[in-house]
Structures are given as C-alpha cells and as structure tokens.
Design a protein around this ligand. Structure first.
Ligand code: ADP
Length: 264
C-alpha cells in the first residue's frame, strides 16, 4: 500500500503538469527529460513561438518584437497557440507545460480549456533558483539547432554539449545561443517574471496544486527532487522508458526490453 502513496495521491501513469520558474530555472531541461522518460509531450510556448518566428508566419512576426525585448507576447497569440496544441491527440497521454502559463489571465484561460477537455492539472512545480545562478545559467545556455536539446557551457565540459551524437542528424550537436539570452533582455525577462508570473505561485497554492523544489545543483539532482515532488519512483521512470509500444513485441521479448538497465 505504502508504495502507492505519493504527494499526488495514488500514482497514476498519466500526469498533467506545469513547471513554473524564472528564465534559466531549468524548466525546459527537466520538461524534456520528463517528456522523454514518461512518453508524454512537452509543451513549451517559447519553442512554439520560436518555431512561428522561424517559419515567418504572421503570428510569428507579431510575436517577435515582444520576444526580442524580453516582454510577454500578447495573451491572444499565446492562448491561440496553446488551444491548438491542447487539441492534439497526444495530450491524452498527459503533458508537461513549460513556460505557460505566465500570468494570471493565461492561468485562468488554461483552467477553462482543461475543464472543457475534462483533463485538469495534477501538479504545478515551482523551480526555485537564486538570481545570481539564473544569470550564470542563462549566459551559458546553448541549444542544438537540429534536435532542440538545451545544454550549458558551464556544465558540459566547455564545449556546451556532451560528447554524443545528435539524435536527429547523427553528427555532433550544432549549438547556438538564443538571441534573447543577452544581458539586457535577460534583465527585462527577470523583471517580467517577478511582476507577472510570480503571482501564479499563490494562484496555484490556492488550488492546492503547488509543490516547490530547490532547482540548484546538477541536472540529475534537480531531476531527483522533481520526481520526488511528483511521486515518480526512479524504477518506474526507467521501466517506462524501456517499455515497447503496446502490442509491438511478443511477451518474452517485451519482458527483456522492459528490464531496467543497471544504473551507472
Ligand atoms: P525563458 O523561460 O528562458 O524565458 P522561453 O523560451 O519560455 O524562455 O520564452 C522566451 C520568450 O517567449 C519569452 O521571453 C516571451 O517573450 C515569449 N513567451 C514564451 N512563453 C510565453 C507565454 N506563455 N506568454 C507570453 N510570452 C511568452
């Protein structure tokens, strides 16, 4: 019985989570990891907006000026993008929202959308990081142009990326620095976070959904704290990662494939 207890109540395999935190708090890194381990989509409004900008859509053109200045993109645009994304079939596997909601209006709109879908949030995790550390992380942040993974020059041996092949293109990761990760824009983004996004802490505390973790230390340490806050056991996460698609394999082979690897 005890094994089934978690901060979220009985452990369910479907989770609908919001990661809340300042720019540089590690939301994207942990959201990517959770999505990969649990087979659910990561929904990042920053990524969706950057894709719209890169594609040169009318919406992207409207969003670009605010993004370059470190301000919030107008709610109508962001809510339109989110409504469309939440309508996709993969959302039924649960989801991890990263960078959304970012103000009370967006949070209220999200509640309404999820109520309509009959899929309310399970948890909101606040990732707490000291301001000096935030600035250090943001200045070292690099993203792979091809697979979108995020690395940091201060934690990955100077080059920014570990010695591994890009899962998308096979060659080394091709890293770039986001244009809004410059000193001036970062100061504005941190101010916007304090003014507009921080009030969500009380909003979600009032709904009984808030959990807070210390998000300093290594990616692995933060992952452990986040998983504990969500009631995810490591063994369950590894088993899920190695689980074959339903019906894809015969039973004995499926058992082999789902055997957790020994931890290093
Ligand atoms: P970070 O969390 O490091 O600031 P993101 O990739 O989440 O980075 O966001 C980059 C920029 O995209 C933000 O500064 C803002 O201009 C815009 N943006 C992202 N999400 C939202 C949102 N929910 N509402 C308004 N603007 C957003």
């Amino acid at each position: 019985m005890a094994a089934l207890l978690s901060p979220l109540g009985p452990v369910s395999s479907i989770m609908r989570i919001v990661l809340l935190g300042a720019p540089g708090s590690g939301k994207g890194t942990q959201a990517q990891r959770l999505a990969q381990e649990r087979g659910m989509p990561q929904i990042s409004t920053g990524d969706l907006l950057r894709a719209a900008v890169a594609a040169g859509t009318p919406l992207g053109t409207r969003a670009k000026a605010a993004m370059d200045a470190g301000r919030l993109v107008e709610d109508a645009i962001v809510l339109g993008i989110i409504a469309e994304r939440l309508g996709a079939a993969d959302v039924r596997q649960g989801f991890v929202l990263d960078g959304f909601p970012r103000n009370i209006e967006q949070a209220t709109a999200l509640d309404a959308m999820l109520a309509k879908l009959g899929q309310p949030l399970d948890a909101v995790v606040l990732m707490e990081v000291d301001r000096t550390e935030l600035a250090r992380r943001i200045s070292g942040r690099r993203t792979c142009r091809d697979c979108g993974r995020v690395f940091n020059v201060s934690t990955a041996g100077g080059s920014g990326a570990p010695d591994e092949a890009c899962p998308k293109e096979g060659g080394p990761h091709r890293l770039f620095q986001r244009p809004d990760d410059n000193e001036h824009t970062v100061a504005e983004r941190l101010k916007v976070y304090e003014e507009k996004t921080k009030p969500l802490v009380e909003f979600y505390r009032g709904q009984g959904l808030l959990r807070a973790i210390k998000a300093e230390g290594s990616v692995i340490e933060v992952a452990k704290r986040l998983d504990a806050a969500l009631g995810i056991s490591k063994r369950a996460a590894v088993a899920r990662r190695h689980r074959p698609p339903a019906g894809a394999l015969s039973a004995p082979r499926a058992r082999n494939r789902s055997t957790p690897k020994r931890s290093r």
